[in-house]
Design a protein around this ligand. Structure first.
Ligand SMILES: Nc1ncnc2c1ncn2[C@@H]1O[C@H](COP(=O)(O)OP(=O)(O)OP(=O)(O)O)[C@@H](O)[C@H]1O
Ligand SMILES: [Mg+2]
Length: 214
């Protein structure tokens, strides 16, 4: 085992080519496998996912990745545009195929990588992904996660995505923020990971949504 996340054990096999991720709850394997298979089928991102067993999924390990530096204004701006385009493509294509949107719902900094060779985004950790009737759970996840400390970027991303902030239902996003907060808290509790930081994230998310609703 090389690392232990909040969720899963990560192992490297076969000369560090594939990673095997084992979840206690098989639901997360199904979610992750479904989303990664869809991304591969649409040529958005192909990690060659394989369900090894009820509790284990394997995928390609992308060796040359960096975590984008979100503390840097320029890097963050670039990431924001890439993230918005990535989600838009995923949402549009999944809606065309299923009449529902595949959402990631765990868009935290450590789940967003960049391939050093291609500059492409690699979004990992799809265990919490779902099929939804709207895309707001992903906005909620961005506000709770990657742009929690950056309200202007959260606002800008939603504007870039949707064209106009005035069409956005902030109360509905807030409902998903609470839903995600509960989900994150339960997962962290069952994996003995601290939950205190989620409370400050929730407070900050509420501030961001107040700012958005102007
Ligand atoms: N396909 C991959 N290619 C390269 N690195 C990866 C890949 N999958 C996972 N990683 C690395 O392993 C870490 C943990 O993986 P992942 O986020 O999927 O598991 P997790 O147990 O759910 O973690 P956490 O709950 O802490 O976010 C990632 O943050 C990333 O650094
Ligand atoms: Mg993760």
């Amino acid at each position: 085992m090389i690392t232990r996340g909040k969720h899963a054990e990560i192992r490297l096999y076969e000369k560090q080519i594939r990673i095997f991720k084992t979840y206690k709850d098989s639901l997360y394997v199904d979610n992750e496998h479904f989303a990664l298979s869809f991304l591969a089928s649409q040529k958005i991102m192909n990690l060659h996912p394989k369900k090894e067993s009820a509790h284990t999924i394997s995928m390609d390990w992308i060796k040359e990745t960096i975590q984008p530096d979100i503390s840097n204004y320029k890097t963050r701006g670039h990431l924001r545009s890439q993230l918005s385009a990535y989600l838009k493509e995923l949402h549009q294509l999944s809606f065309e195929k299923y009449g529902q949107y595949i959402t990631h719902e765990d868009i935290f900094p450590d789940n967003v990588l960049k391939c050093c060779n291609t500059d492409k985004l690699i979004i990992i950790d799809w265990g919490l992904s779902k099929k939804r009737d709207n895309v707001y759970p992903d906005f909620a996840s961005i506000i709770m996660g990657i742009f929690n400390e950056y309200p202007e970027d959260a606002a800008e991303l939603i504007t870039e995505y949707s064209g106009n902030l005035s069409n956005i239902d902030c109360e509905l996003i807030l409902r998903y923020v609470y839903e995600l907060y509960e989900e994150y808290k339960n997962i962290r509790k069952s994996n003995n990971v601290e939950i205190k930081s989620l409370d400050s994230r929730l407070k900050q998310a509420i501030n961001i949504l107040n700012l958005l609703s102007g």
